[in-house]
Design a protein around this ligand. Structure first.
Ligand SMILES: Cc1ncc(C[n+]2csc(CCOP(=O)(O)OP(=O)(O)O)c2C)c(N)n1
Length: 676
């Protein structure tokens, strides 16, 4: 039944491959409905599009056998991650059609209430996890869902769809490699419809068949006739059986064809007409219908009756959806839905008492406490297991928690974060360690588009902790010294914290894991072993979004975070001898940040300097300064001043790095402020 990579799809006659499984006549007749329904819905959608009642449509006409075959071959609790042409997954999984039509038409009462378009949503009860626009970005999520199944010991498998074009994306490679290395129960469903928008496969990849790549990843691969419904069914069943046996992932390449344009507005002049003629003969719905008639399971009349029945149902549902109101909301309601309510108690913080611990030890202690307390906490990252991480934060963790929970990843920042989404959707609390904060750029898309937006888009929070060792001062050069906060404080749906003391490092870490939202935790490398302080033993949390007065004063306020707190306290000490009493506010959390504590300080001092190590231009200080200026103008005796790193990459040489660092300019800046 499998055609091995390199062989051609048959072109002479196009019979259906009879199933090796015992499919009863009733089952085959019901499978007909599964492949027919999306075709008929699409035909209706094309009418609505022409009537201007639908804004956009990505057609899957001609490709239905792939989605329908996957749905039919898998169990109801196996996850499927469809793409933009896979209506058949949603209908085949039995989603409520009334809600689905409202979703497709962008109406109130749809699955996302108008927040997302077409298939960009998931329904966990039906084990369907929809896409984001960024191609291949859901493949690492599939790995995470499969890992969750593996950790829980269920028999679930996960099928993740990807187009021929999207196989060129980095996430395809990272996810395929991760699935193979971790032997995950994943089925990569490559839907090769021969074009990625207007680009033919000859300009997309240079191998003969995409399934050849399976060899390189060390997984099973096969080319399958994607327009032969039963061949798809058989291939997916076999792949699922292999995955359930513990034999790992498969890469199935289904050769099919897109019988419409990329999307309905884009036309299809770039596709030679002969291809439509050729593939039209292999129409998957008609082929299966012909097979059923040939087998005596249907007559042309009974097939027509099924069509009529389904069309009537669709017409009624569409009329109902068209009559539904447009989404209606308020900015308050939309804002309130970006985050899940925090589960961290708002109680007062414990005394700053306890054994003296270094900043790095406090992070380790917090992680260990969290892992002991909650068996669902899983830590993933490069070299975090036996090696203990490059900063030794997780030293000894494998011995205590085992390899299943302390997971070395390949060098894959993007897929590690994507996999964390899958874990979070399945109730785990993943922690992803970036080896250096600088490498978080490789996971940027997953963090800002996938992690941050899922809660708002389809109301499923994906709580996780992403740890990033940041900052310079160690002579490590432009790619091991950066402060990354401003790239992320701009993103609704994330929380960002930056502790400056061991006490806060532990309390914020535990809060981040309990919060119920994705939290980016910025730990400053220079503080790891240079800062010590009392850390309470046992479990405690510091609510995210609460600043602290690190030093009280009345002449001016320095608002800062991370290593800036250390600098500010040093300068405050020094200038106290000149009679200047500086107040230092340690923000601790950047998103959200504690306006009230800052505003109260400004009321006391009337002068503010905003300080951070990151470059000044476009830095988070701009947000702080403009808010203070806007809200506190009447209380200010001087313009809000900013001090940040020089607008250059962080240089390697210590002498040059000092030029970058704002620390050397801090005393002058404070003098300017108090003397203004
Ligand atoms: C990361 C990314 N780059 C570009 C696009 C724009 N885009 C949307 S669909 C598409 C073509 C996708 O081709 P393929 O993966 O083969 O899937 P098909 O549309 O053929 O089903 C492109 C380029 C995108 N959505 N995401």
């Amino acid at each position: 039944m499998f055609r091995s990579p390199g062989s051609d799809t048959p072109t002479a006659e196009y019979p259906i491959t009879p199933s090796a499984h015992d499919l009863t006549p009733d089952r085959l007749r019901s499978m007909y409905r599964t492949i027919l329904l999306p075709r008929l819905i699409e035909e209706k959608m094309l009418i609505l599009l022409r009537q201007g009642k639908l804004s956009k449509w990505f057609s899957g006409i001609g490709q239905e056998a792939v989605a329908a075959g996957v749905v039919e071959a898998l169990e109801a609790d196996d996850y499927i991650l469809p793409m933009h042409r896979n209506l058949g997954v949603f209908t085949g999984r039995g989603l409520d059609l009334s809600t689905l039509f409202r979703q497709l038409l962008g109406k109130a009462g749809g699955y996302t209430g108008g927040r997302e378009r077409s298939f960009h949503f998931g329904v966990l009860s039906h084990h369907v996890v929809g896409m984001i626009s960024h191609l291949a970005a859901m493949m690492p999520v599939a790995d995470g869902l499969a890992l969750a199944a593996q950790l829980k010991g269920t028999r679930q498998v996960v099928a993740t769809f990807v187009g021929d074009g999207a196989t060129s994306e980095g996430d395809f490679h990272e996810a395929a490699n991760l699935a193979a290395v971790w032997n995950l129960p994943v089925i990569i469903v490559v839907e090769n419809n021969h074009y990625g928008l207007s680009t033919p496969t000859s300009e997309q990849y240079a191998c003969t068949d995409l399934a050849e790549r399976a060899v390189g990843y060390g997984m099973y691969g096969a080319v399958v006739d994607g327009n032969d419904y039963l061949a798809v069914y058989e291939a997916v069943r076999a792949a699922a059986d292999r995955a359930r046996r513990g034999d790992g992932p498969s890469l199935l390449e289904f050769k099919t064809f897109r019988m419409r344009g990329h999307e309905e507005a884009s036309g299809m002049d770039y596709v030679p007409k002969e291809l439509f003629d050729e593939w039209g003969k292999k129409d998957p719905v008609l082929r299966f219908e012909g097979f059923l008639i040939e087998q005596g399971l249907f007559t042309s009349e009974s097939a027509r009756d099924v069509r009529t029945e389904l069309k009537q149902q669709i017409d009624a549902l569409v009329d109902d959806a068209l009559a539904a109101p447009e989404p209606d909301s308020t900015s308050e309601r939309e804002l309130a839905d970006v985050y899940a309510p925090s589960a961290v108690p708002d109680a007062s913080e414990p005394q700053r008492e306890g054994p003296e611990r270094r900043y790095v030890d406090a992070i380790s202690d917090g992680l260990r406490d969290a892992m002991r307390r909650n068996g669902r906490v899983i830590l993933m990252g490069q070299d975090v297991a036996e090696y203990g991480g490059v900063f030794k934060v997780t030293e000894g963790f494998v011995e205590e928690f085992g390899k299943a929970r302390i997971r070395n990843t390949p060098i894959i920042e993007s897929a590690a974060v994507g996999a964390a989404i899958g874990l979070a959707l399945e109730g785990f609390r993943p922690i992803v360690e970036m080896q250096f904060g600088d490498f978080i750029t490789c996971a940027f898309n997953q963090i800002v588009n996938n992690v941050a937006k899922t809660k708002y888009r389809w109301n499923e929070p994906v709580p996780m902790l992403i740890r990033a060792p940041v900052g310079g001062g160690t002579g490590a050069g432009p790619f091991h010294s950066q402060n990354v906060e401003a790239w992320f404080t701009h993103v609704a749906g994330l929380k960002v914290v930056a502790p400056a003391t061991p006490y806060d490092a532990k309390g914020l870490l535990l809060a981040a894991l309990e919060d119920g939202n994705p939290v980016l935790y910025l730990e400053h490398k220079l503080l790891y072993r240079s800062v010590k302080g009392p850390v309470p033993e046992g479990y405690y949390t510091i609510p995210i979004g609460r600043a602290r007065v690190a030093r009280a004063g009345r002449d001016a306020t320095i608002v800062t975070y991370g290593v800036g707190v250390v600098w500010a306290l040093e300068v405050a000490e020094r200038l106290a001898t000149d009679g200047h009493e500086l107040e230092v506010i340690d923000l601790r959390s950047l998103l959200p940040w504690d306006r009230e504590t800052v505003f109260e300080s400004v009321r006391r001092t009337s002068r503010v300097l905003v300080l951070h190590e990151a470059p000044l231009t476009g830095g988070f200080g701009g947000e702080l300064a403009s808010t203070i200026g806007e809200e506190m103008f009447d209380n200010l005796d001087a313009p809000v001043m900013r001090l940040g790193g020089a607008d250059i990459p962080v240089p390697f040489s210590k002498a040059l790095e000092e030029i970058y660092m704002p620390k050397r300019r801090l005393v002058d800046a404070v003098r300017r402020l108090v003397e203004y």
